[in-house]
Every structure is written in C-alpha cells, then in structure tokens.
Design a protein around this ligand. Structure first.
Ligand code: ADP
Ligand code: CO
Length: 351
C-alpha cells in the first residue's frame, strides 16, 4: 500500500531529526488512579522491542510560517483536538528551553507506525514515547522524558527506555514520582525472543483508554488484582528477569494476561479483546508446554486479539514449525506484515 505522505512546508528554523524509538510490548497491566494525570493503580512491567521490527517514527517541525498545529498519523491528517496530545504539548512547554518567541511557533507532527495502529499492539505507547522524544529534542528539554510520554499514554512512559522497564505507580498526588525506570538492558537476556502473532490488524472497537476506564469503574476484579495480586507478582517477575528464570517469568506472564482479560470481561458492559483465534493460541501454547520437558513459551495479550509470545532462541525454530502447522499465515503481498496470522521475529533492543 502506498502511504500518502503530507507535504510539509519548507522548514524555517528548527529541524529536529528524532531517532526512531522502540516499539513496545507490555505485560502486567492495570487501570489508572487519576485519569487526567494518567496515574496507574499498580506498578507495571514491559519489554521494549528493537526499532527494526515494530516501531513508530515521528518528525516534528516548528515554523513561524505555520498557521496552526497539525498532526498526520500514518499519512492521514488527524485532529489536534485530542486531550492526550494536548497534555503532551503542555508538559513539554513547561520544561521548554526555547525563547518565548520560538515557543509560540506552531508545529507540524508527522508520525508513522510500521505495524497496525490501535489494534492491541501498543501503538499508543510507541507513538507517544516517540513523540515525547521528538518534542524534547525540538524544545531542548533535557533529562527524563518518561513523564512527558506518560501525559500522552500511560504505557508510553516505559517505552522511552530499552530493555526491561518498570513503571512505578508512585504515591504523590501530582504524579511526580510516577515514572519508569529500566530494570535490565536487553543485553541482560540475549536469548529472549518475542514473536508477535497478528490475528487481526483492524482498529479495536473500544480504545484502551476507554476500556480501561470502564473496567476500573465497573469491575471489582481489576481493583482486587491491583491490590492483592500485582504487588507480589511484580517483584516475582522482576526477580525472574534478573535471574533469567524463564519458567517463572513465563508462568507469571501468562497468569497476568489471563487475569487482565478476566477483569476486562467482568466490566459492565464487558470489554472483550480476545477472539476465538486468541483463545486457540492460548490452548495451543499450553498443550505445547505440557508435552514438552519444560515451559518453552509464554503468551500475553494486550487490549486486542493479537498474541505476543515470549520464548528462548533455542526454541524458536520448533515453535515456528508448530505455528505454521496449526495456524498457517494467510498469503498476502503486503510485505510489512502478513494478514491472518503473521509472524515477526523480534528481539529486544540491544542498545
Ligand atoms: P494500541 O493498542 O495500538 O495502543 P490504543 O487504543 O491504546 O491502541 O491507542 C491508539 C491511539 O494511540 C491512536 O488512535 C492514536 O490516537 C494514538 N497513536 C497511535 N500511534 C501513534 C503515533 N505514532 N503517534 C501519535 N499517536 C499515536
Ligand atoms: Co495502547
């Protein structure tokens, strides 16, 4: 498919060239305790993918000639009247080191994801992490930018770092201590591999933010999980990562995914993200593990039907054989990703 790129007017003044930032796959999720500040009800953990496979690329330009702020997402102009986007701009301007004159210049944002947007593959995390980095460069903001990314999308605060990252929920009402910190670089677990199975690449019916809000308001399971299950689990999963203990990591990852979807199903009306193919993948992975001498694979589903599989390098070939047999990819000329079940082999960023 040919992407329609907006023609940006010639740049006057600042020309940032933000580096592409990693895409993102997360697990151990929850809801938010403050919607405006985007403060979560629990800590969370994610692994950041390398930029080669799933990533967002964002360019931001400022010019005294621009009449208004504009944004293009995947080649299409979108409304700037988006509170999350406005939050991000507000946060960045608070810390801007530009002159007042330049600060008042309008900006044009152009971003592209090389993977399905709003389909449960965490495009909001990759997108806002990338935007925060691009804006920080443009406005000469130094230091930690995870708070700026969080203003756009909570999970984006983790995606500004590579490797394994923890988002501490913090306790301050202003959110000042609700920040992400890396717990280990990707090189810590070099044989960890992540496979993304794209079950459905269309836009989800209920956005993550709305679904999570509804779940928090109407599903007691979510609060129970945040208070009674996650505090202990997050320590166990962090320890498993630090020890490179795949079996423990795998069990917690799968349990957490199942419990999150159970909590979403207990919302009223229910939020249903997984479909029949997702459930088939879950069953297949458990059967595969139970007929193996050890746990070889873990699955995790974000707010969408698509599966993220975690496994070790030595087991990739065998698992790909199994997937090709039971869930063959649909043939499609689109080289970016294959429709139906598609497979991207990725490993966390080595940076
Ligand atoms: P996902 O599962 O893909 O994260 P969400 O519902 O959480 O889905 O978020 C999707 C929204 O995130 C999009 O509708 C858009 O507003 C925003 N978004 C996605 N990618 C980008 C990007 N590259 N730049 C800016 N915003 C983005
Ligand atoms: Co999202």
């Amino acid at each position: 498919m040919q992407l329609q790129r907006p023609v940006l007017p010639r740049i006057q003044g600042l020309v940032p060239s933000p580096p592409p930032l990693p895409g993102f796959i997360s697990r151990v999720e929850g809801g938010k305790r403050d919607e405006d500040l985007i403060l979560p009800i629990n800590d969370s953990l994610s692994a950041t993918l390398d930029t080669e496979h799933l990533c967002a690329k964002t360019t931001v330009r400022a010019s005294p000639e621009f009449k208004e702020n504009k944004i293009w997402l995947n080649g299409r102009e979108e409304s700037m009247d988006n509170p999350r986007l406005q939050n991000c701009l507000k946060e960045i301007k608070k810390r801007s080191q530009l002159s007042k004159d330049m600060e008042s210049w309008k900006i044009h944002i152009c971003s592209e994801n090389n993977f399905p947007t709003a389909a449960g593959l965490a495009s909001s995390a990759a997108g806002y992490a990338c935007l925060a980095a691009a804006l920080a460069k443009l406005y000469r903001v130094e230091g930690d930018i995870s708070g700026i990314a969080r203003a756009g999308s909570g999970s984006a605060c983790r995606s500004v770092y590579g490797g394994f990252v923890r988002w501490y929920k913090g306790s301050d009402p202003t959110g000042i201590d609700s920040i992400a910190k890396p717990i280990a670089p990707a090189s810590h677990w070099p044989d960890m591999r992540i496979l993304v199975l794209v079950v459905n690449d269309s836009k989800k019916k209920v956005s993550s933010a709305i679904g999570m809000k509804r779940t928090l308001l109407t599903s007691e399971f979510l609060t129970y999980k945040a208070e009674k299950i996650i505090p202990q689990r997050i320590e166990q999963i962090q320890e498993a990562i630090l020890k490179r203990d795949f079996e423990t990591f795998a069990e917690h990852t799968m349990r957490d995914s199942n419990e999150m979807h159970a909590a979403c199903l207990a919302a009223y009306p229910p939020c249903i993200y997984m479909n029949d193919t997702s459930h088939l993948i879950v069953e297949l992975m458990h059967q595969y593990n139970s007929t193996s001498d050890r746990t070889k694979v873990a699955y995790s589903f974000d707010a969408g039907p698509n599966a993220t599989l975690f496994l070790l390098e030595k087991d990739v070939a065998e698992l790909l054989g199994i997937l090709d047999h039971y869930l063959p990819p649909a043939v499609d000329n689109n080289l970016e990703y294959r429709k139906g079940i598609s497979i991207e082999v990725t490993s966390p960023s080595q940076s």
